[in-house]
Design a protein around this ligand. Structure first.
Ligand SMILES: NC(=O)C1=CN([C@@H]2O[C@H](COP(=O)(O)OP(=O)(O)OC[C@H]3O[C@@H](n4cnc5c(N)ncnc54)[C@H](OP(=O)(O)O)[C@@H]3O)[C@@H](O)[C@H]2O)C=CC1
Ligand SMILES: N[C@@H](CC(=O)OP(=O)(O)O)C(=O)O
Length: 371
């Protein structure tokens, strides 16, 4: 019999990308989907071929949720913290799949990224673990790019500088960034300045637009378009941001590291729309040739693609514009650093709504429905 799967958060960015991928892969044919909402009870369900439900159900209705075999939530931490506990408390034994960070570090949960940790997922299934959580987008994208090096166990430590897309904040942040971009452009074009004025005069109009009191910054609180914000998520006691803290903690849990691998750096929000980019400095345990490093990286999984270290290849293939909307994980600028023979650098890009969020959830759902 087909398993019943409840979808919560399907209207958000991660959820919408998930539904799109599931439709493209005919995943809905394998399950009996039920769509829920936290704010639009009674509104129409998304149009999914073969889905007979017409109206959205209440995502807080425990009586209804407890009947499901699997619940997949892309709604966020707050929802998970309220509902998950209630369901487990009344003895619900179904699989819980989650995009949020709420349960990632619990002992009885697995962070899922099957091209990296299929062994851990199999072990978890044997142990009857029922909670499977997608990783932090930056962490999942780093592991998809550097999986070949971690697999060879040659990484001593990593330091990373990130360039993270606004989609990481959710729908409201994405829309606000586009509004900011539009606001600047409108001020310039309204003044008909593009043709008549010098570049610095135009830049001054743009600068004044960013600083005027009507500039849209309700969610970011500061301008992002044409700027950046070197802080993501809440502060930790040691001066890291929580996004930076997750780098090492989640990576080591996913890899099930016998020896802890230090990973740290600075996470930065930029006005890219949905691709996170990352610049790595990696200390290897041994002096490995660039040829071997490239081979190990490139052959690790079907999505990672080594980009030649030339200006042409880099500009064509190693940018958010080239990657957005695809599952490709290009990694380039691979070279030894002048710091010493064991030090290398690399740069990677990935769509943070696909491998960074929705795709690992879609894949674990497929694994679980065949259990
Ligand atoms: N964004 C990301 O890259 C990643 C996110 N995650 C996790 O997934 C969770 C969801 O993220 P994300 O999808 O980005 O969150 P969104 O803010 O895009 O959506 C979350 C929920 O907000 C409600 N909502 C309110 N207004 C809108 C609107 N205008 N458009 C769409 N939905 C709206 C919807 O719930 P309803 O229909 O019930 O009203 C929706 O399901 C996060 O909280 C995070 O924990 C994990 C990895 C990466
Ligand atoms: N924090 C990430 C997105 C995200 O939702 O991460 P997490 O699932 O770890 O809270 C970003 O802002 O780019």
């Amino acid at each position: 019999m087909k398993k019943s799967v409840g979808f919560i958060g399907w209207r958000g960015m991660v959820g919408s990308v998930l539904l799109d991928r599931m439709q493209k892969n005919n995943d809905f044919k394998k399950i009996k989907p039920v769509f829920f909402t936290t704010s639009q009870v009674g509104h129409k369900t998304p149009s999914i071929l073969g889905c007979s439900q017409s109206f959205l159900e209440d995502a807080y209705n425990i009586e209804h949720l407890k009947e499901l075999d699997i619940i997949l939530s892309c709604q966020g931490t707050k929802y998970t913290l309220i509902i998950y506990k209630k369901l487990r408390k009344i003895g619900w034994k179904g699989y819980w799949i989650d995009a949020s960070s709420a349960l990632r570090l619990k002992n009885n949960s697995i962070i899922v990224l099957d091209p990296i940790n299929m062994n851990s997922i199999n072990c978890a299934l044997q142990k009857n673990i029922k909670t499977f959580v997608g990783g932090n987008c930056t962490v999942s994208l780093m592991l998809m790019a550097l999986g070949g090096l971690f697999q060879k166990n040659i990484v001593d430590w990593v330091t990373v500088s990130t360039y993270q897309a606004v989609s990481g904040g959710g729908a409201k942040y994405m829309l606000e960034t586009l509004k900011q971009m539009g606001y600047i452009y409108n001020k310039i074009s309204l003044n008909n300045t593009l043709l008549n004025k010098g570049v610095l005069e135009i830049e001054k109009i743009a600068r004044d637009a960013v600083q005027d009191r009507f500039f849209p910054k309700k969610y970011f609180t500061v301008p992002l378009a044409g700027s950046l914000i070197p802080w993501i998520d809440i502060p930790m006691k040691n001066g890291q941001s929580k996004e930076e803290w997750k780098g090492a903690v989640e990576t080591n849990k996913i890899l099930d590291s016998k020896n802890y691998i230090p990973i740290d750096g600075t996470c930065v929000r930029v006005d890219s729309l949905r691709c996170h980019s990352q610049s790595f400095v990696i200390k290897l345990k041994n002096n490995i040739s660039i040829k071997d490093i490239e081979l190990w990286i490139d052959s690790h999984n079907p999505w990672v693609k080594l980009i030649k270290n030339t200006p042409e290849d880099t500009k064509k293939n190693l940018t958010p514009a080239a990657v957005t909307g695809t599952l490709n994980i290009p990694i380039g600028r691979v070279r030894k650093l002048n710091l010493g023979k064991n030090y290398i650098t690399a740069f990677s890009v990935g769509d943070q709504l696909l491998w960074g969020a929705a795709e690992p959830l879609r894949r674990i759902l497929n694994i679980l429905i065949s259990q």
